[in-house]
Design a protein. Structure first.
Lengths: 229, 301
């Protein structure tokens, strides 16, 4: 599903590469943690998958898309197949919960009837059916993140990317969010999650890819956060 | 592409930055109004051209003594001038106006609406003259050269000079209108570019989410372009209304006498109507092109 082959990324500002000959293969339906200290290249890695950035060298494949060679016109199609969740939720403050989720479908041209059918379904999946008309500032952090996940998932993407989704949440709420992501993963969606959260990684024992200074230093099935430190 | 979504985005965007929208509308209105005004002056000049096309006349005024003494142009000096004129190159017709004819022309035509002035006119006020119609206005110089020093001829009036002077005035007005229109247009272009950037900046969270979930440029950028076009169309509307108002409330009055003297052609309401599509197309086109370029340069795809 995701195939990163020998990818390097140099930014103009620094001499050290953000990513240095990184190769990772992720199959359909996998749940993968991407860990590493700040500056290790996690965000860059995720941005490359969406073609927010282009690699200096190497190839990236996501589903059927050869991402780094994708023309500008086809990038929206790639992004419609990849859901993204941010650490700070990034909801639109003047729109309600269901409007926020519907927005993702409206702007890609889906019909009103499809939207009216699908949004309640996905709100049900994330456990927010009763709060469809609330505004983001009326929700807790955990609930806001659920909305964000609903928005990322509503178009049934093949891949869900999560950039530190539990970063702003307390441990109990984080655990709930992880259950939700697991549930989404069980529907067949490939999930790649960047995180600093030791507890979550240790308790879930999924595949762990560790980056340090732009290089893959560990790629372990059923891994833990820290090894021999 | 869902039209209702796009239109609601355009309307919201215009309303959100209302001060900028108003500035843009006004600047565009002024620019397009002056542009339209310039076009109307061009039209007026063209129509006036038609009026003067057959008015290529030279008027040779005779000296006082001949004017008084020879009302039928029967005497040698006068007849001699007449024959030479008739046989000169480029001359189509020669008409002799004696003093009485000149008086009648003054009272009936020139001073028609001013009886007090008309009553002051007497035969001695006006010399006799030859009105010479030319086939080719460029032959004036020859007539001038041949006859200006001729005994009996007091002065030569070349209508063409007046006409040229008139057209250069019209041309000057037109150029001034276009020049100011261009300056305003430059201001409008910068305003549009600014408006697009500010709009994109204000909506960056929304646009960011749109790009992230895979919205195409139709959804992310078209609303901004349409905002600029809609504002410029409103400006064009204002400009047209302004032109109609100016014509019917001001210009018709101010130029009334000049129209009546048939010096320049009248600007009619249908003239303004004719200019309308040009104003609209130039306005909308300018806005669309500027917005498109601003989006390409300053807003991420």
């Amino acid at each position: 599903m995701i195939s990163v082959k020998d990818v390097s990324k140099f930014y103009k500002a620094s001499t050290r590469p953000a990513l240095d000959k990184v190769s990772v293969e992720i199959d359909k339906g996998e749940f993968v943690f991407l860990i590493g200290p700040s500056g290790s290249g996690k965000s860059t890695f995720m941005q490359l998958l969406l073609k927010e950035e282009t690699p200096t060298s190497g190839d990236i494949y996501v589903a059927d898309f050869h991402v780094n060679k994708l023309s500008g016109r086809k990038v929206p199609k790639l992004r419609q197949s990849v859901g993204y969740v941010f650490q700070d939720f990034r909801l639109l403050p003047s729109k309600t919960v269901s409007q926020n989720v519907a927005f993702a479908l409206e702007v890609i041209g889906k019909s009103r009837s499809m939207i009216e059918r699908t949004v309640p379904e996905v709100l049900d999946l994330v456990g927010l059916s009763g709060k469809a008309d609330r505004l983001p500032n009326e929700l807790s952090g955990g609930e806001q993140q659920r909305v964000a996940i609903a928005r990322a998932f509503v178009n049934r993407p093949l891949v869900l990317l999560a950039d530190e989704p539990t970063g702003n949440l307390d441990p109990d709420t984080s655990a709930d969010i992880m259950l939700l992501l697991e549930r989404i993963n069980r529907t067949g969606t490939t999930v790649l999650m960047a995180t600093h959260d030791h507890h979550i990684v240790d308790s879930m024992r999924r595949r762990v890819v560790e980056l340090d200074l732009g290089r893959v230093v560990r790629d372990e099935a059923r891994g833990v956060y820290a090894v021999g430190r | 592409m869902r039209a209702s979504f796009i239109f609601s985005e355009v309307f919201t965007g215009l309303r959100r930055n209302i001060s900028m929208t108003v500035a843009m509308i006004l600047t565009t209105a002024i620019s397009l109004g002056l542009f339209g005004g310039g076009l109307l002056v061009v039209q007026m000049a063209d129509k006036t051209q038609q009026i003067f096309l057959d008015r290529v006349e030279v008027q040779l005024f005779l000296t006082e003594d001949i004017s008084a003494a020879d009302p039928d142009c029967a005497q040698d000096l006068c007849r001699g001038i007449r024959n030479d004129l008739e046989s000169a190159d480029g001359v189509v017709a020669v008409q002799y106006l004696n003093q009485d004819d000149a008086v009648a022309d003054a009272t009936d035509r020139v001073f028609k609406d001013n009886p007090e002035l008309a009553s002051l006119v007497s035969a001695e006020s006006f010399p006799a003259s030859f009105k010479v119609k030319m086939s080719d206005p460029d032959q004036f110089a020859l007539i001038n050269a041949e006859f200006s020093a001729r005994p009996g001829i007091d002065s030569i009036l070349n209508q063409r000079e007046l006409v040229d002077r008139l057209f250069s005035v019209l041309g000057g007005i037109r150029n001034a209108a276009f020049a100011i229109a261009i300056v305003q247009a430059i201001a409008a272009i910068f305003l549009i570019a600014n408006m697009v950037q500010v709009a994109a900046l204000t909506r960056r969270t929304e646009v960011g989410i749109m790009r992230l979930v895979g919205a195409t440029r139709w959804y992310t950028q078209l609303p901004f372009l349409l905002e600029a076009v809609v504002a410029s169309l409103i400006g064009a509307g204002l400009a047209i209304v302004g032109l109609f108002t100016a014509k019917n409330l001001f210009i018709d009055d101010v130029l009334g006498d000049i129209y009546d003297a048939n010096i320049v052609a009248r600007i009619s309401n249908s003239d303004v109507l004719l200019v309308t599509p040009f104003v609209v197309i130039v306005g909308a086109g300018m806005a669309a092109v500027t917005a498109y370029i601003a989006l390409r340069l300053y807003v991420r795809d």
